[in-house]
Design a protein around this ligand. Sequence first.
Ligand code: NAP
Length: 231
Amino acid sequence: MDRIALITGTNRGIGLEIGKQLLSQDWTVIFTARNMAVGRPIVNELRETYKSAWFVQLNVDEKESINYMAEYVLKEFGRVDVLINNAGVLLDGGKSLSTLDIADLQKTMETNVYGPLQVTRALQPALKKGNDARVINISSLMGQLSTMGKDMPAYRISKTALNALTVIQAQELAGDKIKVNTMHPGWVSTDMGGPNATKSIEEGADTAVWLATENEIPTGKFFSERKEIEW
Ligand SMILES: NC(=O)c1ccc[n+]([C@@H]2O[C@H](COP(=O)([O-])OP(=O)(O)OC[C@H]3O[C@@H](n4cnc5c(N)ncnc54)[C@H](OP(=O)(O)O)[C@@H]3O)[C@@H](O)[C@H]2O)c1
């Protein structure tokens, strides 16, 4: 059966790699990026190999962009089976709670938490029509309460909030048979993860691709390396 995924923030990093791996498994993938001039050419190149690669502009901070994307997707594709909320920012490297710029905390929450909330809400009608529909929120161990550290406080707070959002969404969307999970990709060598990261981008995409493709998955859980982990 043809499966349709939509991924946020695919002009580089883990999101782009998740899309490539799903294309190679014969999925239809709707790639999105806020910067069309960067995001669209990447998908045009992918289309030379995969006719099931598509692009739509999406800035997860902008309500109009989200609504346009959701209307377009429902009209053109009729449904979405898997939404991957991948777009994210890390703005407070080297900061502590006492030196943190509150504007950076607000901006981080906007992209990492309100973004996934609004994108999921807007795509709910398309997910409702999906087959075995799933939402995968790309979180981080930085948001794990049981191992909480004190560096990068804005990023940590945003990922803990994303985990809470996941648990609430999982309960609320259960009625529409949409499963919602959150996951840590590992420390991955991307622009965000930096050159010292321990995982390749291919490895960083693995658990998200597994959550998208595995036959039976639970809902409302936190995963790393294909295993459930504690909050
Ligand atoms: N790398 C790691 O070690 C690591 C570890 C744990 C969790 N994660 C999580 O994994 C996800 C992907 O990170 P990555 O490592 O691939 O980072 P990345 O290379 O910095 O990529 C982030 C992506 O998010 C996009 N983005 C940011 N704000 C956006 C917005 N408002 N609207 C649409 N797209 C937006 C970026 O687009 P622009 O180019 O336009 O900025 C970029 O495509 C993030 O949620 C991150 O928190 C990463």
